[in-house]
Design a protein around this ligand. Sequence first.
Ligand code: 16G
Length: 243
Amino acid sequence: ERYRIDRPVGAATTKRAQVRGILEQLIDAELHPGDAIPSERALVTRLGVSRVTIRQAIADLVEAGALERVHGKGTYVTGPQVDSRLHLTSFSREMRDRGLSPATVVLSAAEELASDDVAYALRIRPNRPVVRVERLRTADGTPMAYEVGYYPSALFPGLLNRELGSLYDVFASEYGVVVTSGEQTVRAESADANQARILGIAKRAPLLVQERVTYAGERVIEMASSAYRADRYRIHMAITPRG
Ligand code: 16G
């Protein structure tokens, strides 16, 4: 199949930009995140432009984050880039709002007794039962975040028997608990071996770790830590003058 140059070919459009546009169309139409792009030689033949131009266009797409080079292997199509607006939403909803399809792998879910830290955050007594849920969150099949959350068992009896794909949906539909506010921090961390394996990134790759305490009215219903891949996720803030 042939890809066409949409932009008018004028003096302002360089060959490099045209080839970049064509490569973008080709990626959209034929490739998925994680796929390798065709070799430079194949692209030269297919697009009928020089190898230098192909290289420049690929370099531009790497710079823009659409492609990534894996040393000694090749150049691959990257996954979705999400700009979080920091609203009080669930992962599932945030991804859907961006046209991405969320999915969840429940890595572990079990009841345990609250440690002092967990109890303090959830405002319950230490050693009261809590449900700990460990999940991998994906968007369009790309690993985005590794999450660990704690939920008071007293508020959510039978939680372990539920489908834990969207917790906020389960809280609302099964328990009538609707999230009303939260407090959150963000910090940088580098992936340990476990996080790297689960998220499919290199060990020590950067993560944005968001820690959240979530309320339904006056009650604390969640303490959670979400480690987002920094290459897939960034935080967007609208800023206004200080009043
Ligand atoms: C978000 C929350 C997380 C919550 C989850 C619920 C952050 C940093 N964390 O990932 O605390 O458990 O949403 O999403 O935003 P769910 O309803 O899809 O399970």
